[in-house]
Design a protein around this ligand. Structure first.
Ligand SMILES: O=C(O)CCC(=O)C(=O)O
Length: 260
């Protein structure tokens, strides 16, 4: 599929696929190390493995997330000086149940810091799901609702737990990256297989999007998140020693998040 078609899919349907971003002969090593480190640093109960700030523990996907192929795509939408806003290791273990349909930060109305619905019709934040095992319907390829990024809000309350008309699952070979607009309604799908589904979730932001509400210790996190109900996504800072050891290609994308 051409670059232009991928961009059109993202803008019109809310998502697209970039295939082979991690080459087939390299993806197994990335998967094994991500799976190991998600379970080593997970704070949730199996079958949910979810580790925000994953670059602190594992850098195996970093060179791909900062590759020219990825950045050319993201920069074609945001321009230069893009940032990685979140880098999360995910293992959806066998047996994980379906989750609620939602939009991601900064649109998620459940977070303390959010863009007020009705959403502006503009792409502000990009979510990328890196398939490290093949994603299938059986093992819980993420559920998405094509075109839902054009709707004014995500389902609220218990509504998100109901299947939505037209929903599909993100499927593809390991090494594929599914790219979606953060407004797109999506949810965890049940993993009905006998194997864990392994991924990293990398979110990209333009330089002008305020990421401080995600960062404990900043004035905006204190005033907008903590001083209200305190509920929102948190991205732990990178310490200087970890940052210095990151591949040089990814450093400009995460430099803003180094602990002062
Ligand atoms: O793991 C998945 O398939 C979806 C994850 C998700 O919905 C999220 O992190 O916002």
């Amino acid at each position: 599929m051409s670059f232009d078609q991928q961009r059109r899919d993202l803008l019109e349907n809310g998502f697209c696929y970039l295939e082979g971003v991690i080459p087939p002969d390299e993806v197994a090593a990335v998967r094994d190390s991500v799976e190991r480190d998600v379970w080593a640093h997970n704070t949730l109960e199996r079958p949910t493995g979810y580790v925000p700030g994953f670059l602190r523990y594992n850098q195996s996907a970093a060179p791909y997330a900062a590759s020219r192929r990825m950045l050319d795509f993201v920069e074609s939408l945001f321009g230069p000086h893009v940032r990685i806003s979140m880098f999360t290791g995910i293992v959806n273990g066998r047996g994980i149940p379906r989750g609620a349909l939602h939009s991601d930060w900064p649109y998620n109305q459940g977070g303390a810091a959010h863009v007020l619905a009705p959403y502006p019709d503009a792409l502000l934040h990009i979510v990328t799901m890196w398939m490290l095992t093949d994603f299938t319907e059986e093992n819980g390829g993420t559920i998405v609702v094509p075109g839902s990024h054009k709707r004014p809000c995500h389902p609220l309350g218990g509504e998100g737990l109901k299947p939505a008309s037209g929903e599909v699952q993100l499927t593809g070979k390991a090494g594929t990256v599914a790219v979606f607009d953060a407004r797109l309604w999506h949810s965890v799908a049940e993993n009905r297989s006998d194997r864990d589904r392994v991924a990293v979730l990398v979110r990209y932001a333009p330089w002008w999007l305020n990421l401080d509400t995600l960062r404990p210790g900043t004035i905006d996190h204190q005033d907008i998140v903590v001083a209200n109900d305190g509920k929102d996504s948190v991205v732990p800072a990178l310490d200087r020693a970890t940052y210095d050891k990151l591949p040089a290609s990814i450093q400009p994308l995460v430099r803003y998040s180094v602990a002062q």
